[in-house]
Design a protein around this ligand. Structure first.
Ligand SMILES: [Cu+2]
Length: 683
């Protein structure tokens, strides 16, 4: 941020003493910034970049939601927060780890993709909002890429520790060694917490159906270990190989009816880059195994087989692997990038319910394969004060479920609700693309307008989930006939700088065809929750004002709002569900290189534009204050202290409960006052 304000001005850089702080960089790219390097644009263009110096370090979803008014988190429990960007969630946004695809195993999104790289491993988060990514299939409304730390040269590392309220602990180390050819980094972190208390002093377990003996059960207990090596045989070639293992145990989700006994992940990534050819070849493989049960809930007392300890259980597995070849070209002043890629996503979940009857829901997610191949081209050209960029992508995606994976209880569900007029194998072929025109007003200020068209295929759950529920509880069945969702979106914005002040703003209008939406099926043997395609639109705006008040004091103010409306479908309420209301953030910072301090206020408005069809309820506004301060003790140690929710407010975000046309669900409050301390020592 400071660099941006200083660009083109003769402002002395911050007097940097050697910092012992580990910094997490978060970059929000505006459309077309991504491929513009200094050589093509002839100017320095900095993305909105924020360096996170002190946080509770619980999870990336929560950190992003705190920082950007247009990003909101879905609060299911103490960690593993899923994100919604500009009103788009789930597979409508693409979350990548080091550019690789990964998908959670849990059918209830207990382990969203963004949860699968530990906070401590992340060097940088890159966010591109809108339908402007052609490098990856299915970036319908945004793409978020988490980039892991590289090892350094020589020998070094750090030990870190964060402790806080509710027995929260996060500690570990990373260490690297290397010369100019080979560098290696290893890291480990452990994170655990008891259930946090809301502002009214109740533990989150008290809001759901936990057994009285489990109210103080561990809320999460997570081990992460990672390894990365970088090999540079000469100046021209780089090889990077990454492996990470995560095990999350005892993760409580009061938002849902079950908790995760464990969630175990292996991830491998590799890439090979040749500088002279601007050629990159990459490949990845990851695997997640997830076991969730209701054994800590009162519902487990209803089990027909008490010796098992649960009345409901889902054991799920998913794996994703793929490869990509990308090449950059410079064709008479036009910077072009081309690529081809392919991936396979496999997902299988087996469920068993032991209430009244023994329901064998094997293949609740029936061993679904999504196979995709795609190719893209994008380019940018500068002409006078204009920069024009465009991208095009073609994809073919096959989705296939295995009927043989289904169990006795759920094998007849598609027939019961969708007759015989459906297929468990579907191939979708489609084109995506975008064009963006930017006009530079001066070296720093510009305006832009862009149009993008993107497509994403229905996820395996939306098309093929099959879950028979006991008694009068509605079944949950996918709709095999769903069409892919298409987004036609216009984005426009500006950034204007004046001395040490800057303002950035964006507006967007997204016209959605075949948007996938929850639907109550009233036909069939008994009601079921399913999905349907509707036409809809989502629009909104955001802006950020930044300024340096003195050499050491800066201020940031931001706000964002979005609305979503249905344009078709047999609904009684035209508001789209899960569209967060206006949110604002104001922060004042002090940073002299040795001492850091920040006061931050976040306000979110009341949401009354709710979808009554899905039993959404209005949510009250809230206002919270967070403070933090830190100091570098010499060149090796850093100590930070923070208090989130300083005034111990009891509040809920709009995304604090599950949408289900047949239930109102548990609302999960945000944490009450949370005091924490970070200690970091570099060696
Ligand atoms: Cu789960």
């Amino acid at each position: 941020m400071r660099k941006l304000l200083a660009a083109g001005l003769l402002v002395p850089a911050l007097a940097v003493s050697v910092s012992a702080q580990e910094v997490l960089k978060i970059k929000k790219l505006t459309v077309a910034e991504e491929i513009l390097t200094e050589e093509t644009s002839g100017e320095v263009r900095e993305a909105t970049e924020e360096d996170i110096k002190i946080t509770r370090q619980i999870d990336i979803g929560e950190i992003l939601s705190n920082l950007f008014p247009e990003i909101n988190h879905i609060r299911k429990g103490g960690t593993a927060n899923d994100i919604v960007i500009r009103g788009f969630g789930k597979d409508n946004i693409n979350v990548l780890l080091d550019g690789a695809r990964i998908y959670g195993a849990c059918p209830n999104r207990m382990d969203p993709a963004i949860f699968h790289m530990s906070t401590r491993q992340v060097a940088e988060v890159r966010i591109l909002e809108g339908p402007f990514d052609v490098e990856n299939q299915g970036s319908l409304a945004a793409v978020v890429n988490l980039i892991s730390k590289d090892p350094g040269e020589g020998k070094g590392g750090s030990v870190f520790f964060t402790g806080g309220t509710f027995s929260y602990l996060n500690g570990g180390f990373d260490a690297y060694t290397g010369n100019d050819k080979v560098k290696v980094l290893v890291g480990y972190s452990k994170q655990y917490s008891k259930p946090y208390k809301s502002g009214e002093g109740k533990r989150i377990t008290e809001y759901a159906n936990y057994k009285s003996t489990e109210l103080d059960h561990m809320a999460f207990d997570i081990d992460n270990a990672w390894f990365k090596t970088v090999y540079t045989p000469d100046d021209n070639q780089t090889v990077k190989i990454n492996y990470a293992f995560d095990e999350a145990k005892d993760v409580l989700y009061p938002y849902l009816m079950m908790d995760a006994i464990y969630d175990r992940t292996h991830r491998v990534n590799g890439e090979y880059y040749v500088k002279s050819l601007d050629l990159k070849v990459s490949a990845y493989w990851n695997f997640v195994k997830h076991d969730m049960q209701d054994r800590w809930r009162q519902s487990s007392n209803m089990s027909m087989n008490p010796s098992l300890g649960y009345a409901m259980r889902t054991l799920a597995k998913t794996k994703t692997y793929g490869a990509k070849i990308e090449k950059g070209w410079n064709i008479s002043g036009i910077k072009v990038k081309t690529g081809i890629d392919a991936y396979l996503r496999n997902w299988k979940a087996d469920n068993r319910i032991l209430m009244m009857t023994d329901l064998d829901n094997r293949g609740m997610i029936p061993d679904v394969d999504i196979k995709n191949v795609g190719a893209f081209i994008k380019g940018a050209k500068k002409a006078e004060n204009f920069i024009i960029s465009a991208g095009l992508r073609v994809d073919s995606t096959k989705s296939e479920a295995d009927r043989n994976a289904l169990g006795a209880a759920n094998s007849g569900l598609y027939d019961a609700y969708y007759g015989t007029n459906y297929s468990l194998s579907e191939t979708d072929t489609y084109v995506s693309g975008n064009i963006v025109v930017r006009y530079n007003l001066d070296k720093r200020s510009s305006v832009y307008i862009g149009f993008g068209h993107t497509v994403r295929v229905p996820d395996p759950e939306e098309r093929y989930i099959a879950l028979a529920k006991p008694m009068t509880k509605p079944n949950w069945v996918g709709n095999p006939n769903l069409n892919p969702t298409k987004n036609n979106e216009v984005d426009a914005g500006f950034e204007y700088y004046w001395g040490m002040f800057g303002i950035k703003g964006n507006v967007f209008y997204s016209d959605l065809t075949d948007y996938v939406y929850l639907y109550k099926l009233e036909t069939g043997p008994k009601p079921a929750m399913s999905y349907t395609n509707i036409d809809a639109h989502i629009y909104g705006w955001d802006f950020t004002v930044i300024g340096m008040l003195t050499d050491n004091v800066s201020v940031e103010a931001g706000a964002a709002c979005q609305r979503g409306k249905k344009d078709s479908g047999n609904y009684t309420d035209s508001d789209l569900a899960e569209i967060p209301p206006l949110k604002t953030r104001l922060a004042v910072k002090y940073d002299d290189g040795t001492v850091f301090g920040q006061i931050e206020t976040i306000y979110q408005a009341r949401q009354h534009n709710v979808d009554s069809y899905l039993n959404e309820e209005p949510t009250k506004s809230y206002y919270v204050v967070n403070v933090k301060t830190g100091v570098n003790m010499g060149s090796r140690a850093f100590v930070g202290i923070g208090v989130d929710n300083l005034f111990d407010k009891n509040y809920y975000t709009y995304l604090s409960y599950k949408r289900d046309p047949f239930a109102t669900g548990t609302k999960v409050p945000e944490p009450g006052r949370f005091i924490y301390m970070n200690v970091n020592y570099m060696f």
